[in-house]
Design a protein. Structure first.
Length: 144
C-alpha cells in the first residue's frame, strides 16, 4: 500500500513503534533474555517516546499535512513480520536478531520518510531524529 501523504507516513510510523514495543515487551518478559532485559526495556520506553513525538508532530503540522503529496513511497519494504515462535521461546541470541531486524527496518523507514517529506523541514527533522534513535539502538545491539 502506498504512503501517499503526511498522514499515512505518520500512521505507519506509529504502527511500527507500537508493534516494536509489543515485541520488546514480550522479549523482556522471558527469563532467557534476562541478560538484555534492561536494554529491551529501554527500547520499550523509546518506542513510547517516539509515538509521542509522532503524535505531537502530526498535531503541530496538521495544516501542512494536506498540502504535501508523497510519491514513490510504499510500506511494503518496511512491513516485517515477527512470528510468535521468534518471541515466545527466544534466547538472548535470537532476541538480539529480532531486535536488530526491527531496528534496521525502523531506521530505514524513518530515513526514507524524512527524504520523502523534506519539503516540510520541521517534519523531516522529527523523522530523522527518530531514525537516529534507531541507529543508536543498532549500535547498542552491536555492542552486546
Amino acid at each position: 500500500m502506498p504512503l501517499i501523504n503526511f498522514g499515512s507516513i505518520f500512521n505507519f510510523a506509529e504502527t511500527l513503534e507500537t508493534d516494536a514495543e509489543a515485541v520488546y515487551n514480550k522479549l523482556a518478559a522471558l527469563d532467557a533474555c534476562s541478560s538484555i532485559r534492561e536494554m529491551l526495556e529501554e527500547f520499550v520506553r523509546d518506542c513510547r517516546k517516539n509515538v509521542q513525538t509522532i503524535q505531537r508532530t502530526r498535531r503541530e503540522n496538521v495544516t501542512e499535512m494536506i498540502l504535501e503529496p508523497i510519491k514513490d513511497f510504499t510500506r511494503a519494504p518496511y512491513q516485517i513480520v515477527i512470528e510468535d515462535s521468534q518471541t515466545d521461546t527466544a534466547d538472548t541470541a535470537s532476541a538480539l536478531l529480532v531486535a536488530r531486524k526491527l531496528e534496521q527496518n525502523a531506521e530505514g523507514y524513518y530515513m526514507e520518510a524524512a527524504q520523502k517529506i523534506k519539503a516540510l523541514p520541521e517534519v523531516s527533522r522529527a523523522l530523522k531524529t527518530i531514525g537516529k534513535k534507531h541507529t543508536a539502538h543498532l549500535r547498542k545491539l552491536d555492542a552486546v
